[in-house]
Design a protein around this ligand. Structure first.
Ligand SMILES: [Zn+2]
Length: 102
């Protein structure tokens, strides 16, 4: 006769899987942009490829090796890639240079 202890359902307060909270979409706004210095775009959410104008792009926020936060945009259509920092487009050379030299 084996007395099996009944395993109660996980009841402890520890080990509770925490759901991923917070939204990781949108809100890519960095520093506030001074009014008047930029022409306002109608929809900032509509990102377009700077080469072919396609809106099928992937946008990522990343930091370069030297700590510069940049917005990386990759086009699905023509594979054009751009890096932007503070609204200014960075050339591939400067990005590579930043990534190389620390
Ligand atoms: Zn493109």
């Amino acid at each position: 006769m084996s007395s099996q202890p009944r395993t109660s359902a996980a009841d402890s307060t520890t080990g509770v899987p925490t759901p991923t909270r917070g939204r990781r979409r949108g809100r890519a706004t960095g520093p506030s942009i001074p009014l008047g210095s930029l022409t306002q775009r109608e929809h900032r959410s509509e990102i377009q490829c700077q080469a072919c104008g396609s809106s099928r792009v992937t946008r990522l926020s990343m930091n370069l090796t030297d700590g510069t936060p940049v917005e990386f945009t990759s086009c699905h259509r023509c594979e054009h890639r751009t890096w932007e920092h503070g609204g200014d487009a960075l050339s591939v050379d400067s990005v590579l240079d930043k990534a190389r030299r620390v």
